[in-house]
Design a protein around this ligand. Structure first.
Ligand code: E4P
Length: 229
């Protein structure tokens, strides 16, 4: 299951890459705008940080298929690394995804709210689809259930397209899509850090350390300063 950072903040990306088994970074225009930095230099910097092993998802902004294709090509030529182009699942977006598949540019169908949008994107050749869990919930839909249905549909009909669930407001939503079969999640840094946060874990770690120190007066089983990495 893929674990992807939904952010363009260089410091947060560096920190998360250092600590967690991260598979990539997703961006969208609103995420990029928050950083108040130039688009391509920022993406190049993120690409350098995450390296060629991880994927970098970059979204197009134009509306017509011909323009989306030009943007996608330019993004791929300009941003180094393992770039996947995010394209909204409009009529024009699907037309662009079809052509980009033919010329070997990998895409993610984004702004997905229904299983049939995902189906069309997968059939057109998208490598990923990104259903927007929290935005669906905000429309009184059931985001987790939409992810489940998309996953079932794509697997049942053997589409070579992964469901990268996106748009999370809380950890319960992530937990539920993981159980329901999503192939990956992309979430903001705070949500990802929250996966490991549990007061019982912190209390347990402290009490193990306290017990050891009371008995031996040491903080570790070995003097870590003397052991080479
Ligand atoms: C990621 O690919 C999406 O652009 C993103 O998850 C949307 O998240 P939001 O609904 O929190 O803006």
């Amino acid at each position: 299951m893929l674990l992807v950072i939904d952010s363009a903040n260089v410091e947060e990306i560096k920190e998360l890459i250092d600590y967690y088994p991260i598979d990539g970074v997703t961006t969208n225009p609103s995420i990029i705008v928050k950083e108040k930095l130039d688009f391509f230099p920022l993406l190049k910097e993120i690409s350098e940080i995450i390296g060629n092993e991880r994927e970098l998802f970059v979204q197009t902004l134009t509306f017509k298929a011909e323009d989306i294709i030009k943007e996608a090509k330019y993004i791929r030529e300009t941003v180094p690394g393992n770039v996947v182009v995010k394209i909204p699942v409009t009529n024009e977006g699907i037309k662009a995804i079809k052509t980009l598949k033919e010329i070997g540019i990998r895409t993610l169908g984004t702004t997905v709210y229904t299983p049939l949008q995902a189906y069309v994107a997968a059939k057109a050749g998208a490598s990923y689809v990104a259903p927007y869990v929290n935005r669906i919930d905000n429309l009184t839909g059931n985001g987790v259930n939409v992810v489940k249905e998309i996953t079932q549909l794509l697997e049942k009909h053997h589409y070579n397209c992964q469901v990268l669930a996106a748009s999370f407001k809380n950890i319960q939503q992530v937990h539920n899509v993981c159980l329901d079969g999503a192939h990956g999640v992309t979430a903001a840094p705070d949500i990802i850090k929250g996966f490991l946060t549990h007061p019982a874990t912190e209390a347990n770690v402290q009490s193990f350390s306290d017990d050891w120190q009371k008995a031996y007066g040491e903080k570790s089983v070995v003097n870590t300063d003397k052991v080479k990495m």
